[in-house]
Write a protein that binds this ligand. Structure first.
Ligand code: 5AD
Ligand code: SF4
Length: 454
């Protein structure tokens, strides 16, 4: 092969952790072609917008960003290539090509391994520019396994897609059917990350607790559940912390609940979206669980791991949501007492069942409900952070903090932490005595005590 010339790549990532992960993989795929990442689109040879389709606003942002990129492309004399990847590409590929002719390539989430080929095609001005077919298995097989770690924490994709068809959600249409990676492939990637200094792995999947990947042949080769995968990964030396996201209440099986009690490397943190507190709304959402079922799961997890931090997603203003339904959402938040939560106004996504439901909730009502819900969540989040004050927590140091003379890291509960320290302790787990807490972080001092087991 002839030598590759250096080219500049700018990827802008929207939306979920899966997209963040995919963007990293795209960088890996493009590195052998001479692409290095830059942190602004100006002068880039290739700009990729890795998009999110989950709410309407996210989609509109992509089109306005493309308008700006078009001007940059013109001033580059047409040299800049523009690609749209991710879920908007999957759902609206043809619409993008029609609305914004400056776009050179459109690629769905299952086709990233074909990026180099697509770029070559664009260079040859080939006609075929759309590649949004679902080919999940092929995607996992075809991506390079020697990915570059970036710091002591890493995401590792173990499952993709979703078969739940919540009535508001585009994911089952954009990300396709549920699929789990084989355990061997996951372990190989984990080991490679750990060799590069990773100490915390966050197992990633749209429906991660529906994981059912084939076990290694030596272990029998049957499908394993997520708890089995976690216990297996926990045996790897050098890996100190395991997390997983995002889970569905319906797949929270007994084994996974037990793992929070019996696997110390599994961190005391669970993101378990409930979406709403009213059984009527949960039913209309096609969630397949009731409020009581959800509360029961949390109670059982807290029985084996009392200090666990629970977080959730909420949607307010789902079609037909009455005042009383919304009060049920407030009640479940009171009952669970969250460490943090994301909340969104319902956004109509054409093609999903809820988009055609009658009784869409007026915007002002959604606004008011969102404000009340977010105020309650902020209160709980602040209280959760403050409940750590006075404790000594093991903090995984992730890098320098913004303030001079401080390092930053994460507690087991995933709280952003900063503490005074002149030495670069990145990658170490140190004890920090928590002295203060705000809505978004905790802060303290290095504590000279033996490592606390939490
Ligand atoms: N409108 C508002 N929020 C949505 N989410 C998914 N689809 C929609 C929608 N149509 C939220 C859910 C999900 C999170 C990732 O995004 O709360 O858990
Ligand atoms: Fe969307 Fe529901 Fe699947 Fe989550 S579980 S990705 S909200 S359909």
């Amino acid at each position: 092969m002839t030598h590759t010339t250096q080219k500049r790549l700018f990827i802008k990532t929207y939306g979920c952790q899966m997209n963040v992960y995919d963007s990293e993989r795209m960088k890996d795929v493009l590195a052998p072609l001479g692409y290095t990442s830059v942190d602004a689109p100006d002068d880039a040879d290739l700009v990729l917008l890795n998009t999110c389709h989950i709410r309407e606003k996210a989609t509109e942002k992509v089109f306005s960003e493309l308008g700006q990129l078009k001007r940059m492309k013109q001033s580059s004399g047409g040299k800049m290539l523009i690609g749209v990847t991710g879920c908007v590409a999957q759902a609206e590929g043809e619409e993008i090509m029609r609305r914004q002719p400056a776009v050179d390539l459109v690629l769905g989430p299952q086709a990233y391994h074909k990026l180099p080929e697509m770029i070559a095609r664009v260079h040859r001005a080939a006609k075929e520019r759309l590649e949004t077919e679902f080919e999940v298995e092929e995607k996992f097989d075809a991506l390079p396994s020697d990915r570059q770690a970036d710091g002591p924490t890493a995401f590792l994709s173990v499952q993709e897609g979703c078969d739940k068809f919540c009535s508001f959600c585009v994911v089952p249409y954009t990300r396709g059917a549920e699929f789990s990676r084989p355990v061997d492939a996951i372990v190989a990637e984990a080991r490679s990350l750990i060799r590069q200094g990773v100490r915390e792995i966050n197992l990633l999947g749209q429906n991660v607790n529906a994981f059912h990947g084939p076990a290694p042949v030596l272990e029998g080769g049957d499908d394993w559940n997520l708890a089995q995968l976690i216990r297996h990964l926990a045996k790897i030396d050098g890996l100190e912390r395991i997390r997983f996201t995002t889970s569905h209440p319906r797949d929270m099986d007994d084994d996974l609940i037990a793992a929070f009690g019996d696997t110390p490397k599994l961190m005391p943190y669970l993101h378990l979206p409930v979406q709403a507190g009213s059984d009527n709304i949960l039913k209309a959402m096609n969630r397949g669980h009731t409020a009581e079922h959800y509360i029961d799961i949390i109670d059982r997890i807290r029985a084996v791991r009392p200090d666990i931090a629970i977080t959730s997603d909420f949607i307010v203003g789902f079609p037909g949501e009455s005042d009383a339904d919304f009060e049920d959402t407030m009640k479940i938040v009171e009952r669970i007492d969250y460490a943090a939560a994301y909340s969104f106004k319902y956004s109509r996504r054409p093609g999903t069942p809820a988009a055609d439901m009658f009784a869409q909730v007026p915007e002002e009502v959604k606004d008011e409900r969102l404000q009340r819900l977010q105020a309650l969540i902020r209160e709980q989040q602040t209280a959760f952070n403050q409940s750590q004050v006075g404790k000594v927590l093991p903090v995984l140091v992730t890098g320098k903090a913004r303030n001079e003379g401080q390092m930053a890291g994460r507690t087991p509960y995933l709280q952003a932490t900063h503490f005074e320290c002149d030495e670069d302790l990145t990658g170490q787990i140190v004890n920090v005595r928590i002295e203060k807490a705000t809505l978004n972080s905790v802060g303290g001092q290095l504590a000279d005590v033996p490592e606390t087991v939490i």
